[in-house]
Ligand binder design. Structure first.
Ligand SMILES: Nc1ncnc2c1ncn2[C@@H]1O[C@H](COP(=O)(O)OP(=O)(O)OP(=O)(O)O)[C@@H](O)[C@H]1O
Length: 699
């Protein structure tokens, strides 16, 4: 299609007019012919079948019937007036009912004239009735461009009120296709189209709006989804390549003393295959000359810490410093303790800096950092302060990406003239497909293997009424020397009710377990107090930890083997999985018990069932994505994945992979695509001249 025609404002389309154009713009963001073409139906009704009235079934989906109206009457009711028409065919009678727009309908309906009606039926007073049917005179019906599958377009209340019904949109579409007939160019190369047996663009677009049959519809959708995802992937990959070329990074060529000494003599366990692979990927990045921006995904307990440490060693071996930033003080301290322990036989100087570091110590740290006496600095947001200056920061590891924004990452960059390499670690797996679309700017490494010997955590769902049995089980486990977490929802720390639940819970547990020591940790406590309580649990002085979700991420107490989650129905899936990940870190069999009341929503049930069915974080992430949609998953807002017009990030996983594969292929064959300094759009167009009209697809 000619680009000019595509850009024509919809006001010019016959049958639209200024008022409708205004509504389409405001309500649906449709400004041009192109926008209208890309306004895709969200479902289709199969109108291949006509029903006779005596074939209607209760609880059936929408049906289509041909018949005549024999009589219309208004019926007064307590709740207001309704309009009822008797509708008959040769097999029987049914009723059509209207609650709105009665006057207009009454004036316009024709008696004893054949109509095609369509809608959902109810069984009422011994008759089928159809409220607010779609209706069309058979005479008109025959004149229309018919499709077996009727597209249903998304609508809004305002549009419906303004009379822009589905039928009107359908008519506007017909007009659009009349005006643009024969003017479509293809937008993918011939090679690609023939390799993948894609429908030509014109046919694809037509069949999405006017599907001739199910098979063509499927092919048309595939072609358009592929195209949409292909161009997005192409842009992301190009952006990624450009970024790499643009941002020079330190070259860490040497593998030296720290890395080798640790690897050869102090590694506490054999690395898993996945850990080795990821370390290799990171090594390659660090030596490439470009700044590393890598996301390290690994399920809870998959052993990301050691990977981070070994990456930091590479920086140290090249005479640079490294830092590790954690989202909370507890986690920073834990990382600090963990790394100090791992490095105990090495000559590595590791320091901790958090909000509660004393002024005197802080000054010392600032000084040592600047003159290079500190190798690794671990801390919280405190690391971002301007006063914190490194002599030469080579690698920044950021734990738990979700809690730090992109802006904060950038702040770390600015600590040097040359930006340090960045490794972002997350234990909240994001489905690969989503990650690929979200993190165009980050390369992704995945630790998809757990250390050997881990026993899968046994997860069960129990109702509150079974609490006594659960308590008995806890007693047994404590007898065996294990520790227990009991977690309460505290979605917002200020919610008084939640707080009360937690305190009530604490009291009842104290009553039930009079001989045990109990820690309590929640968000309203001062951090000193929190750390003290946490510490007692870590050291095994307390047997039970009653807490809110503050313990969600990263806490590592291998002797804790039972995780009880109260009101589990109130947690999201990934949060449940995170919490469960706090146990199962030692050699013992661990358990996770999800406690709920009896009343559960459908989604809650799915979440609980998923948790009891699998321990695999990636599988859980997929379900989570399906339940919540990408909108709720952090980061998706800015990424554009939500602006997809036809593809669905969850359902079209395979198409996305295929699109990415081909986009990569094209870039591999012609890397010059990414060399252009100017806007992506220009060179993409120039280079992909064979993919005509690229500019319509690249924004
Ligand atoms: N290859 C390995 N073999 C045996 N144990 C390992 C291995 N890698 C890590 N571990 C141990 O597994 C536990 C979990 O590791 P780590 O804390 O690094 O996990 P993680 O990926 O950071 O998980 P989380 O995000 O839940 O904190 C630690 O106790 C660690 O010592």
């Amino acid at each position: 299609m000619n680009a000019n025609i595509l850009q024509t404002p919809i006001d010019y389309l016959k049958g639209v007019g200024p008022n409708r154009a205004d509504l389409l713009r405001k309500e649906l963001g449709i400004h041009t012919y192109q926008d209208l073409i890309n306004f895709f139906p969200n479902r289709y009704l199969d109108k291949t079948r006509f029903y006779k009235i005596n074939e209607l079934q209760r609880n059936s989906a929408e049906v289509q019937v041909v018949g005549k109206i024999t009589h219309i009457k208004s019926v007064e009711q307590k709740r207001g007036k309704r309009l009822v028409a008797d509708f008959v065919d040769e097999t029987g009678k049914m009723e059509l009912v209207w609650f709105r727009g009665q006057k207009w309908i009454r004036e316009n309906l024709k008696i004893n004239t054949p109509y095609v009606i369509f809608g959902k039926t109810n069984w009422f007073n011994g008759l089928f009735s159809m409220p607010h049917p779609e209706m069309e005179l058979v005479e008109e019906y025959k004149k229309q461009l018919r499709t077996a599958m009727q597209p249903i377009y998304p609508s809004t209340e305002k549009l419906a009120k303004a009379g822009i019904s589905n039928r009107v949109v359908h008519k506007i579409m017909q007009q659009l296709f009349i005006e643009t007939k024969g003017k479509f160019y293809d937008t993918l190369s011939e090679e690609l189209s023939s390799e993948l047996k894609l429908l030509p663009k014109a046919q694809a677009v037509f069949n999405v709006h006017f599907p001739q049959n199910q098979e063509l519809l499927a092919k048309a959708q595939f072609r358009l989804k592929f195209e949409e995802l292909f161009y997005i992937q192409l842009q992301l990959l190009i952006k990624n390549m450009l970024q790499k070329q643009k941002i020079k990074g330190y070259v860490f060529e040497a593998i030296g003393q720290n890395f080798s000494e640790f690897y050869n003599n102090h590694l506490p366990f054999e690395l898993t295959g996945a850990q080795k692979r990821v370390i290799k990927e990171i090594r390659a990045d660090l030596g490439s000359g470009a700044q590393m921006n890598r996301l390290l995904q690994g399920d809870v307990g998959s052993g990301k810490t050691i990977v981070a440490l070994m990456s930091m060693f590479i920086a140290l071996d090249n005479d640079f410093q490294a830092c590790l930033m954690a989202p909370t003080e507890i986690l920073a301290i834990q990382h600090y303790n963990g790394l100090v322990e791992l490095c105990k036989n090495l000559d590595t100087s590791i320091y901790l800096l958090t909000g509660s570091t004393k002024t005197k110590d802080r000054r010392e740290i600032h000084e040592k950092l600047e003159n290079g006496e500190i190798d690794i600095l671990i801390g919280t947001h405190a690391l971002l302060e301007d006063k914190v200056k490194f002599k030469n920061l080579g690698l920044a590891v950021i734990d738990e990406q979700h809690r730090f924004g992109v802006a904060q990452r950038a702040k770390l960059w600015r600590k040097n003239q040359v930006p340090p390499h960045i490794l972002v670690m997350t234990a909240t797996p994001i489905p690969r497909t989503l990650a690929m679309s979200l993190y165009g700017d980050l390369d992704i490494s995945v630790i998809d293997e757990l250390p050997p010997g881990r026993k899968p955590i046994k997860t069960v769902h129990r109702y509150d009424s079974n609490r006594l049995k659960v308590f008995a089980f806890i007693k047994d486990e404590i007898q065996k020397g294990r520790q227990i977490y009991i977690v309460y929802p505290l979605i917002q720390e200020s919610e008084k009710m939640d707080y009360k639940d937690l305190m009530d819970g604490y009291e009842s547990i104290a009553r039930e377990f009079p001989n045990e020591q109990i820690s309590i940790v929640h968000g309203q406590m001062k951090s000193d107090a929190k750390d003290y309580e946490m510490d007692r649990f870590v050291r095994g002085e307390t047997q039970i930890m009653v807490a809110t979700t503050v313990i969600e991420v990263g806490v590592n107490v291998p002797n804790a083997s039972v995780m009880i989650i109260e009101s589990a129905e109130r947690f999201g899936l990934s949060q449940l999985h995170q919490l469960r990940g706090r146990v199962g870190r030692g050699a013992e069999q661990s358990f996770c018990i999800l406690m709920t009341g009896h009343k559960l929503s459908k989604d809650s049930k799915t979440r609980l069932e998923t948790m009891t069915a699998t321990n695999d974080g990636f599988e859980i992430a997929e379900v989570d994505l399906k339940l919540r949609g990408p909108g709720d998953i952090m980061g998706t807002q800015q990424s554009g994945v939500l602006n997809l017009k036809i593809a669905d990030i969850v359902k079209d996983n395979d198409v996305l992979k295929l699109a990415r594969h081909h986009a990569m292929q094209i870039l591999k064959e012609d890397p010059s695509l990414s060399l252009e300094k100017n806007k992506v759009i220009r060179f993409t167009y120039a280079q992909l001249a064979k993919h005509k009209n690229i500019w319509n697809y690249i924004s």
